[in-house]
Write a protein that binds this ligand. Structure first.
Ligand code: ADP
Length: 167
């Protein structure tokens, strides 16, 4: 059986929390498609091409994982590529309400699409793209939180955004 799962998100930028979910999720399926959402109402720090590039570089050595852009409804994308599963990561209680609602709505939109959750690892349960951005903007060390390819541009953009100049 060809099990295909979609791991959707904004990944602005990808963190070791996302990568932990990708690594563990990839072991459960034949093909894991990381779908980078482009048309949400969020204000992004990185373009979709940049977000895809960062992930692609970080997952290069993980078999069965690919990255692409997703524009539109998740259930349509899932159906379009012939997948059956949506993979999501769950951190502490804060994620639950939103994820519960999303999984329920997606099931209403397409009852054939099953959402599967992986609970975050101890090392990554406090990690979020938002916090990584804030720490980088204030000159903190983010090397334990996000891959090396992300860091220089992350620091530059966040410092510019916070009006701190290069540092
Ligand atoms: P979205 O904008 O859809 O919330 P994110 O890129 O922030 O997308 O997250 C994508 C998925 O990864 C979500 O299921 C989120 O809960 C999960 N995730 C994010 N950070 C972590 C983490 N540190 N540990 C486990 N799952 C995480």
């Amino acid at each position: 059986m060809n099990r295909i799962a979609v791991y959707p998100g904004t990944f602005d930028p990808v963190t070791y929390g996302h990568l932990d979910i990708i690594r563990r999720g990839a072991l459960l399926v034949d093909r894991l498609v990381v779908a980078v959402a482009v048309n949400t109402q969020k204000q992004f720090l990185f373009t979709s091409q940049e977000r895809i590039g960062f992930i692609a570089e970080a997952v290069e050595s993980i078999p069965g994982v690919e990255v692409c852009q997703m524009d539109g409804l998740l259930v349509d994308f899932v159906r379009h590529i012939g997948a059956r599963f949506v993979l999501r990561g769950l951190r502490a209680v804060a994620d639950f309400e939103y994820e519960f609602q999303m999984a329920g709505m997606n099931r209403k939109l397409d009852p054939n699409v099953e959402t599967v959750f992986l609970v975050s690892g101890e090392e990554t349960m406090f990690l979020s793209s938002r916090l990584v951005k804030e720490i980088a903007g204030m000159g903190g060390d983010v090397s334990r939180f996000t891959p090396p390819g992300v860091i220089p541009e992350l620091r530059r953009r966040m410092r510019a955004r916070l009006g701190r100049g290069p540092g």
